[in-house]
Design a protein around this ligand. Structure first.
Ligand code: FES
Length: 142
């Protein structure tokens, strides 16, 4: 399964490489932002973000996540076409380095706000307890 075409970029950041240790301090002793960064891939394909879930304000969900991502200089948000596991719509993938965490069934305000809070903190490290029920491992498609 390939990642679908990214259709929208709502936040970009200088990607210059600065070597730092795990505290974000470089060789000159200057504290810099950590090198890690996360991307939120918000599915807006055939099922996610559509009338399949008529009681959900899908635009508000994207806006909530967009605002949260903008609070952290190393996170980005993209909307994508279908990511594959439509039965779990709405799907968001949080990609950090080589790690991809899949979240599905993000249809409620509370789950969106939990993801937004995590995103505003960089969306790295442990998944917040509020989001754990929504995390899943996608089946291989082929
Ligand atoms: S439309 Fe979102 S996974 Fe298919």
């Amino acid at each position: 399964m390939g990642i679908a075409t990214i259709t929208t970029i709502t936040h970009t950041m200088d990607t210059a490489m600065i070597r730092t240790d795990e505290t974000g301090t470089d060789e000159t002793g200057t504290h810099r932002l950590p090198a890690t960064s996360a991307s939120l891939l918000v599915c807006r394909g055939c099922c996610c973000g559509t009338n399949k879930h008529p009681d959900v304000d899908h635009d508000a969900q994207v806006e909530t996540l967009r605002v949260a991502v903008a609070e952290h200089p190393r996170t980005r948000l993209y909307t994508t076409d279908c990511l594959g596991p439509c039965e779990r719509s709405n799907v968001v993938v949080v990609r950090s380095g080589r790690t991809k965490r899949w979240f599905g069934g993000l249809l409620g305000v509370h789950s969106t706000e939990a993801l937004a809070e995590w995103a505003s903190e960089g969306a790295v490290g442990d998944v917040p307890a509020e989001l754990e029920p929504f995390e899943f491992t996608p089946e291989a498609h082929g």
